[in-house]
Design a protein around this ligand. Structure first.
Ligand code: GDP
Ligand code: IMO
Ligand code: MG
Length: 469
């Protein structure tokens, strides 16, 4: 059980920590009335597993599978209305009504030119090509279009105004697309047709979400703020420039939702090992990313490749690529949004500490602990070393990060977590692994996730932990 007046759920690593599962779980167990998505866009991929099947959500808040819960997409989110409509229709087709969704009139719109530019230029960073970076760029340069340009105060599609804005913008964008990038031009009429159709479906849900949120907090409703991405992908505090384009942590929550609420229980979701998708430094990575891209692709028809016995023994003999492949294949580490193989590595506590600091985390949620079953020796990175000097603060310079060698602590692994219904029933080695993470970060672990289903979760009581890193 977990109870608080309000919650924050953020990623403590490079994204994909299992936030979707945890938001859904806390909504169910923690008395949540309202879920707020405050950053990112359809680059996020949050998977929720229920008895009926798997639900990957991108733009929709992860409270969307609870019909009684209000879900807000606030001003900090960049919304692709075409994508949002598809997501809603998909859920409706599976029996969810999605009526309790409200979208901020200040949320910026992801437009087709954003997606074209992202697809063309995003390869260097390995973006999701969902138009996120170019949309946030236009927001900062004051050229963006917002939900309030598409839907007016009365909740009607603002056709004249939106058409004018699209036509003047597309002229500039087409010049850039064709002359600078050598891409084809976009047709404004086609854009208007698609966006008006989406707006007809969304118009009743566009509103001032900050006003609504203020009202909810005044009424004493329990709010959960859901972060997308993870601390090390933050535009300022992540591995810049290999980051996303939004503020993912507590400051981004305040900025994006427009209401001053400091969530009482600030939960950092941390995977029991580390993964990263896309380019950029990854100090505890196991194996070379080049080999991963070449060998570990996901074929939807054939499914994911299987770990062979030879690879398993090589991993146990210290072959880094095979150990990384073990984590990837056993952990099904393929992107929810793009299907790309995720790079895998040992848990990096230096990185997690960055997340703790950024959001003032007072609770950790440790996910995918089950994936470590059967690995006899586990490693935790507790510092980095470069040129004979050690650091425990996450370095600013990404161009040096590959020169840092992680300093590892080695801990014994366990055979299986199967059958453990509480922390005390876990194998001693698993308890020790968890306690070391708490001790290093100074933050208690409050939830353990040992499988993708809601029910595969253990709650731990609050306890004071003194940091010793
Ligand atoms: P998010 O972006 O942080 O919401 O995470 P993703 O949904 O992209 O990736 C996490 C994946 O791990 C999803 O497929 C989840 O269903 C799955 N998952 C979450 N927690 C656990 C767990 O404890 N064990 C296992 N085996 N899978 C989990
Ligand atoms: P969730 O919410 C993992 C990564 C991309 C790329 C970089 C920039 O599911 O944890 P972008 O499209 O945002 O401009 O890409 O950030 N990235 C994610 N990685 N999980 C995510 O979201 C991510 N969102 C973006 O792979 O490296
Ligand atoms: Mg994800």
């Amino acid at each position: 059980m977990i109870r608080a007046a309000s919650y924050l759920v953020v990623g403590g690593q490079f994204g994909d920590e299992g936030k979707g599962k945890i938001v859904d779980l806390v909504v169910q167990e923690g008395g949540v009335d309202v879920v707020v998505r405050y950053n990112g866009g359809a680059n996020a991929g949050h998977t929720i597993v229920l008895d009926q099947g798997k639900y990957p959500l991108h733009l929709l808040p992860s409270g969307s599978l609870h019909p009684e819960v209000m879900n807000l997409i606030t001003a900090g989110v960049v919304v692709d209305p075409l994508h949002l409509v598809k997501e809603i229709q998909n859920l409706q087709g599976r029996g969810f009504h999605c009526e309790n969704l409200r979208i901020s009139d200040r949320a910026h719109l992801v437009m087709p030119w954003h997606k074209s530019i992202d697809a063309h230029l995003g390869g260097r960073i390995g973006t999701t090509a969902r138009g996120i970076g170019p949309c946030y760029e236009d927001r900062a340069s004051r050229r963006g279009l917002r939900m309030g340009d598409l839907v007016d105060e009365a909740g009607l599609v603002d056709k004249d105004h939106f058409a004018r804005r699209v036509k003047e913008t597309v002229e500039d964008k087409n010049a850039i697309l064709t002359k600078v990038y050598g891409l084809g031009p976009l047709d404004p009429e086609e854009i208007l047709h698609d966006y008006f159709a989406a707006a007809e479906l969304l118009k009743g849900q566009v509103t001032d979400t900050a006003d609504l949120l203020e009202q909810y907090t005044r009424e004493g409703k329990c709010v959960l703020f859901e972060g997308a991405q993870g601390a090390l992908l933050d535009v300022d505090w992540g591995t810049y420039p290999y980051v996303t384009s939004s503020s993912v942590s507590l400051p981004g929550c305040l900025l994006g939702s427009g209401v001053f609420v400091v969530p009482e229980l600030r939960m950092g979701v941390v995977k029991a090992y580390a993964t990263r998708v896309g380019e950029g430094p990854f100090p505890t990575e196991l194996g070379e990313y080049g080999a991963v891209k070449e060998r570990d692709t996901f074929n939807p028809e054939l499914g994911a490749p299987r770990l062979t016995e030879a690879e398993r023994s090589a991993a146990l003999d210290g072959d880094d690529y095979c150990m990384g492949r073990w984590l990837r294949l056993v952990g099904a580490e393929f992107g929810t949004t793009t299907g790309r193989p995720r790079r895998c590595g040992w848990l990096d506590l230096v990185a997690v500490r960055q997340a703790v600091r950024m959001s003032g985390l007072n609770a950790l949620v440790l996910t995918k602990l089950d994936i470590l079953d059967g690995i006899p020796k586990l490693k935790l990175a507790v510092a980095y070393e470069r040129g004979g000097k050690q650091t425990r603060a996450f370095p600013a310079r990404s161009h040096h990060l590959n020169e840092y060698t992680p300093v590892y602590e080695e801990l014994p692994g366990w055979e299986t977590l199967d059958g453990a219904g509480s922390f005390e029933e876990l194998p001693g080695e698993a308890q020790h692994y968890i306690r070391r993470i708490e001790e290093y970060t100074g933050v208690p672990v409050r939830v353990l996730s040992v499988g993708s289903h809601r029910s595969q979760s253990l709650f731990l009581p609050d306890r004071a932990v003194t940091a010793r890193h």
